[in-house]
Design a binder for this molecule. Structure first.
Ligand code: AHG
Ligand code: MN
Ligand code: MN
Length: 334
């Protein structure tokens, strides 16, 4: 039997043979993985660990924070602040950026995260996750929020960890997508899939259908045609899935294809969408592109969007290439 390849070995190989990552980025990714292990343990304890339920605080997005949103945020900060690999962090759960304290050495990377994605699923024991994105700090003294406002194509690493029936870490450093499953006895992530590829065609879509009446015409048209199935213009039946945890929906798409959408809608027209560009859309868009899929806001490639602010929201459609292209064409025609 071939030896198991740990995350550490995979990263060392990327560093040594493929030259895809410098040593301090490798350290950063190992630390993020270790933090994900801690979050996984807290998630698994559930009610026994007293981690379920809401707090009395709201985040910058005006969402009530769950206990696990805050726990996961603290775990990621504590794990990453002392290693010397980071200059600063930004999180969906914090209003401003978090500077590495002066007592620790400063590194050249910026880490962004959605510490706990799928908060509405925590208490009902459905898959949730952590999403992360790594950028390089632009040259210059000090670090500011402006340094984070880089388009997603500048990412040097991105990934997520999904806490489901298995805990799986999914990663790209720009050299394809690899998946690692947590071996709980060994306490380490083991490579379980390399060169992940999303089929270009699919018969499965993911969208919150309850918002249908609020959508724009191109999204309505696309979904109506899917719903019409064999009798409609697509001449095939479609299946629908909606976990309401982006990590779980994207994980399914990386595993067997599909299209995921959270489009702009008329409920809050001043917002570009629900999902956050820097913590959710960018890392997922890069993973999907690295697996041969596509990611758009309907009119523009997600990775080319120039962010105007840290907590910017965006309309998202990603997954199987041909379906994303079709939806884009509907937007451009309209
Ligand atoms: P978060 O828990 O980090 O706020 O993100 C939740 C997001 C995303 O994971 C999911 O796709 C979407 O919100 C679900 O939204 P609806 O409840 O509107 O379906
Ligand atoms: Mn989220
Ligand atoms: Mn979140």
């Amino acid at each position: 039997m071939a030896p198991k390849i740990s995350l550490t070995r995979y990263l060392v190989t990327e560093q040594r043979i493929d030259g895809a990552i410098p040593a301090d980025l490798r350290l950063l990714l190992e630390v993020v993985a270790r933090a994900c292990k801690s979050i996984s343990l807290a998630v698994n304890k559930g009610a026994l660990g007293g981690v379920l339920g809401a707090t009395e605080s709201e985040n910058i997005q005006g969402e009530v924070q769950k206990k696990l949103d805050i726990i996961a945020n603290e775990v990621l900060i504590e794990a990453n602040e002392w290693g010397g690999h980071l200059a600063a962090m930004a999180s969906e759960e914090m209003e401003g950026i978090y500077l590495v304290p002066n007592r620790y050495p400063q590194g050249e990377y910026l880490l962004l995260f959605d510490p706990l994605d799928g908060s509405s699923n925590i208490d009902v024991n459905v898959s949730i996750g952590t999403i992360f994105s790594v950028l390089k700090k632009p040259e210059g003294v000090g670090v500011s929020e402006q340094d984070f406002l880089q388009p997603g194509r500048n990412q040097v690493a991105a990934g997520y960890c999904v806490f489901g029936p298995q805990t799986t870490l999914v990663l790209t450093v720009g050299d394809g997508v690899a998946m690692f499953t947590l071996d709980r006895e060994q306490g380490s992530f083991v490579l379980t899939q390399e060169n992940v590829k999303i089929p270009e065609d699919t018969k499965e879509f993911a969208i919150n259908m309850s918002n249908m009446r609020h959508w724009d015409a191109p999204v309505k048209r696309y979904i109506e045609e899917c719903l019409a199935g064999k009798d409609g213009p697509r001449s095939k039946d479609f299946n629908m899935r909606w976990v309401a945890s982006m990590v779980a929906d994207v994980h399914r798409i990386l595993t067997r294809g599909g299209i995921f959408m959270y489009p702009w809608d008329k409920r809050e027209p001043e917002k570009a969408g629900k999902l956050r560009l820097m913590y959710e859309a960018n890392p997922m868009a890069w993973l999907v592109e690295q697996a041969g899929g596509a990611a758009t806001n309907g009119r523009q490639r997600i990775l080319d969007i120039q962010p105007g602010k840290l907590h910017e929201r965006v309309s998202v459609a990603l997954g199987s290439k041909h379906e994303v292209e079709r939806l884009t064409n509907y937007h451009l025609e309209g």
